[in-house]
Design a protein around this ligand. Structure first.
Ligand SMILES: NC(=O)c1ccc[n+]([C@@H]2O[C@H](COP(=O)([O-])OP(=O)(O)OC[C@H]3O[C@@H](n4cnc5c(N)ncnc54)[C@H](O)[C@@H]3O)[C@@H](O)[C@H]2O)c1
Length: 389
């Protein structure tokens, strides 16, 4: 993969955080399930927390968990060959981070919740709506905290989008266009776990599509999806010449590298969505929210690392004139987004508070991803049916 794409894919990583004066008190015992790429960001943030002991970790690949903890300078961490072994052996864990590839999210999360362990689950929540429902039911019967790993939620610019909508500045929002993505940026830095069906489960649709959906759905209060017309394709990932150094990846590619959807949401809102890991275009467009009083444009980003692609703009009327107001990009101060995602999760455990990114919201995000995939497979519009949790 070209250097430029590596840069884009790694932009979610935090700059080192100087702020460590977070609430101390009770210490929490934490385990990490899946010690691959993103587990590195989790462990670095846990190590920034003064009230966390990292006590256990698991990975299916022999020796990988041991090497991971050694690389981070941690000794005495108990390691296991699967999430099941870890959960069976560890009796007083407070929390686990589930950092496995997407297809193992549901199994690991449900097993941990059923053992009474709080879970920070990486995004996307899982692969299918059925899995998401099973996860939410496990959360309910456990009474534990389950938070989904959408760190962009903690970015000031993302919060600003929600504040603008909630302030009423836009009036009633009736149409949303969102998505984005890359001209070339299929993530294969550590092999095929994102692109093989049995591990990734879904491609660009889930990997970065879930972020762009969360950005707008969170802003408008997570309305329930009603119907979906979906499309997905895989014209780039299946080309051996896409991977000059690993042409064999083309055979492993079993997911989508582009997806689009037209979604009817409760409250008379239309959502027009497109997302790309690879396409013959620079961007499929900015995110726009059209409201009865004003419209908001959010410049597209290739990464979904929690920042917006440039200053946002509000299009409105003043004294009968059509004017635009520029919202400057807010530079983040204080802890990085990953530290905030970990800290808010730990604080919810300590205070008995609500999950910072609730599964009950992300259930609707997953229902849209699932609806797009199912509609694309069936070749027609589908009705979204979300059972009671
Ligand atoms: N929040 C972010 O910014 C961000 C960024 C990158 C990836 N992610 C997400 O993180 C997840 C992992 O991505 P990655 O790039 O680290 O993948 P990876 O393939 O590098 O690592 C996943 C690891 O999980 C292990 N694993 C799978 N099933 C397991 C099980 N049952 N028990 C123990 N270990 C198991 C695998 O052996 C592998 O080592 C994905 O869901 C991805 O979408 C999030």
């Amino acid at each position: 993969m070209a250097q430029k794409d590596d840069d884009i894919l790694n932009k979610f990583m935090d700059k080192p955080s100087e702020e460590k004066d977070v609430a101390a008190g009770r210490r929490l015992k934490v385990g990490i399930i899946g010690t691959g790429w993103i587990a590195g960001a989790h462990i670095r943030s846990y190590m920034n927390m003064p009230d966390v002991d990292i006590v256990a970790g698991a990975d299916l690949i022999p020796g990988k968990a041991d090497a991971f903890f050694a690389e981070h300078g941690l000794t005495g961490v108990r390691t296991y060959r699967s999430h099941a072994e870890l959960l069976e052996a560890e009796n007083d864990l407070d929390a686990v981070s589930v950092c496995t590839y997407n297809a193992a999210h549901a199994e690991c999360t449900i097993a941990a919740l059923d053992r009474g362990v709080n879970v920070l689950l990486e995004k996307p929540m899982c692969v299918t709506l059925d899995e998401a429902v099973a996860i939410c039911r496990a959360e309910k019967r456990s009474g534990k905290v389950l938070s989904i790993g959408f760190q962009p939620r903690f970015d000031e610019n993302m919060r600003m989008i929600k504040k603008i909508v909630e302030s009423g500045t836009l009036g009633k929002v009736y149409y949303i266009q969102t998505g984005g993505g890359r001209r070339r940026g299929i993530p294969t830095p550590y092999g095929t776990s994102f692109i093989a069906k049995e591990t990734g489960g879904i491609g660009a649709l889930g990997d970065i599509g879930c972020y762009s959906l969360d950005m707008v759905l969170n802003a408008v209060g997570y309305p329930r999806p009603l119907t979906v017309t979906g499309y997905k394709s895989a014209f780039f990932g299946t080309r051996p010449d896409y991977y000059p150094t690993h042409p064999e990846y083309a055979k492993a590619f079993g997911v989508d590298d582009f997806a689009a959807g037209f979604v009817r949401l409760e409250g008379d809102i239309i959502l027009d969505f497109r997302i790309s890991w690879a396409m013959n275009m620079d961007t499929p467009g900015d995110t726009i929210l059209l409201g009865t009083k004003a419209g908001l444009r959010i410049p597209s980003t290739g990464c979904w690392n929690g920042t917006v692609g440039g200053p946002m703009k509000i299009y409105h009327e003043v004294a009968g004139e059509q004017v635009e107001t520029v919202i400057p990009v807010i530079e983040s101060k204080g802890p990085g987004l990953f530290d905030r995602k970990i800290r808010t999760f730990l604080d919810a455990i300590k205070t008995g508070g609500a999950a910072p990114v609730p599964a009950s919201q992300i259930l609707y995000n997953q229902a849209i991803l699932d609806g797009i995939a199912r509609s694309a497979d069936l070749g027609r519009e589908i009705t979204v049916d979300i059972p009671e949790i």
